[in-house]
Design a protein around this ligand. Structure first.
Ligand SMILES: Cc1cc2nc3c(=O)[nH]c(=O)nc-3n(C[C@H](O)[C@H](O)[C@H](O)COP(=O)(O)OP(=O)(O)OC[C@H]3O[C@@H](n4cnc5c(N)ncnc54)[C@H](O)[C@@H]3O)c2cc1C
Length: 401
């Protein structure tokens, strides 16, 4: 029997914990992902801000495969055939499955024409390009300009952390500008939180254009839909989420935004051998859930449990349909309230749940604790380089207030 893991995102890494047991029962497991490392998104803004090293924010997918006897295949899956039970990669490899788990995240809404030189945020590993560029800033002689399209939670957290790093390591060498179509930064947050963050960003030297979108990019400028031309040497695209391209080439039912529809056991109704989790899926009854890692991480253990039951079911010679939806499989229920904590490039974090928010050092400490605790589960035995909690607090405490 063959279990195929596609993507290896924040939900499906939980399956590594069961891989050895499945292998003992003769199940072959393959992980196909387009990158050997999964970037843990919760830590990426502080990585770009200089608080975490690259090692500290990455889960070594290829290393985990070697450690647990899973076959590693680097590739981007572009098509699935639920009748033949195969997945095909961009290079034409065909991978068979008896059970498949798809956890490939969302995609950035396509940047408009002329914006080919863009660093997207999905998949997250593109961020390595931005980190490489930030490292070169202190040596650059010409003035640089970073433009971030999108001032939601992701774009704003990136902007605050990058601005703090530039102030420290390359002051006056680079401007940071956020362009947000709404009238204020992080429009999904309460007014007061949004104002507080905007004040902080401008105090740190950041620039903000609200009520406008980046329309296209010339070699030297980002051009907004209101005609404003912003000098631009780096453009980051953080404009939200749509379904990944894979679903456009696979006969599964999707929402209008292109996310595949799954029932609460995380199975695709028309193909019960296929599970989909994390940002790429819309769970029946919770289709409007925000696309945040908190939900993907919560789905992990349930996904592992349901895949385990499905594998047992098939091993016992039962048809997969019998395992579909509530017949022995567990149902996903999201947290009633999912608080978000944003790092701010200072020693304080912004905690927010619904209309309640505060900005305090304790919020950032809580974030570090949660993030490190989760990441430590995915540290391979030979990886001893990761920072203890106190060291991380100390690094972020060096940021300007
Ligand atoms: C800057 C930023 C900060 C964020 N901070 C937070 C936060 O603090 N808290 C929070 O809850 N959420 C946060 N989010 C949201 C969070 O990133 C996502 O919700 C989370 O990554 C979703 O996890 P996932 O498992 O669905 O997919 P991902 O983590 O995106 O993983 C998908 C994996 O699949 C691979 N892949 C993609 N396509 C294919 C393919 N076709 N074939 C094979 N492999 C493929 C990718 O390389 C990647 O390894 C943040 C997002 C951004 C952009």
């Amino acid at each position: 029997m063959h279990l195929l893991l596609i993507g290896g995102g924040h939900a499906s890494v939980a399956l590594f914990e069961r891989a050895a047991a499945w292998r003992e029962h003769g199940i072959d497991i393959t992980l196909v992902s387009d990158h050997p490392y999964l970037y843990y998104s919760g830590m990426v803004p502080e990585h770009l801000g200089g608080v975490y090293s690259e090692d500290e924010v990455q889960i070594d997918l290829k290393g985990w495969c070697q450690h647990t006897g899973v076959t590693w295949h680097q590739g981007r899956v572009v098509r699935m055939d639920p009748t033949a039970r195969t997945a095909t990669t961009a290079y034409g490899s065909t991978l068979p499955y008896d059970v498949a788990v798809v956890d490939i995240g969302a995609a950035n809404p396509s940047p408009p024409k002329g914006t080919a030189q863009v660093t997207g945020t999905k998949p997250m590993h593109q961020i390595a390009r931005l980190e490489a560029w930030l490292r070169t800033l202190p040596e650059r002689t010409s003035q640089q300009h970073l433009v971030i399209a999108g001032g939601g939670a992701a774009g704003t957290e990136l902007a605050l952390n990058i601005q703090a790093r530039i102030r420290r390591t390359a002051p006056r060498r680079c401007t940071v500008t956020v362009v947000e179509p709404a009238k204020r930064l992080i429009p999904s947050f309460p007014d007061g939180a949004s104002q507080r963050v905007a004040d902080l960003f401008s105090r740190q030297g950041g620039r903000l254009h609200t009520g406008a979108r980046v329309q296209h990019r010339t070699p030297t400028h980002a051009v907004l839909d209101n005609g404003t031309r912003l000098p631009c040497t780096q453009l980051v695209w953080a404009t939200g989420s749509v379904g990944p391209p894979l679903w456009q080439r696979t006969p599964f039912s999707c929402t209008d935004q292109g996310f595949v529809k799954v029932v609460d056991s995380l199975q695709i109704p028309s193909a019960p051998r296929v599970f989909a989790a994390g940002d790429c899926a819309a769970v029946d009854g919770y289709a409007d859930l925000p696309r945040i890692g908190v939900h993907a991480v919560k789905q992990g253990p349930l996904l592992a449990e349901n895949v385990d039951r499905m594998l047992r079911h098939l091993r016992d010679g039962k048809p997969p349909e019998r395992a579909y939806h509530r017949d022995g499989l567990r149902a996903f229920r999201p947290y009633p309230v999912a608080p978000l904590i944003l790092s701010t490039g200072t020693a304080k974090g912004l905690w927010r749940a619904g209309s309640v928010w505060w900005m305090r050092a304790t919020a950032l400490r809580m974030k570090h604790l949660i993030d490190l605790r989760w990441m430590n589960r995915y540290r391979l035995p030979h990886q001893s380089t990761w920072a203890p909690l106190d060291a991380v607090h100390a690094r972020s405490a060096q940021q300007p207030a």
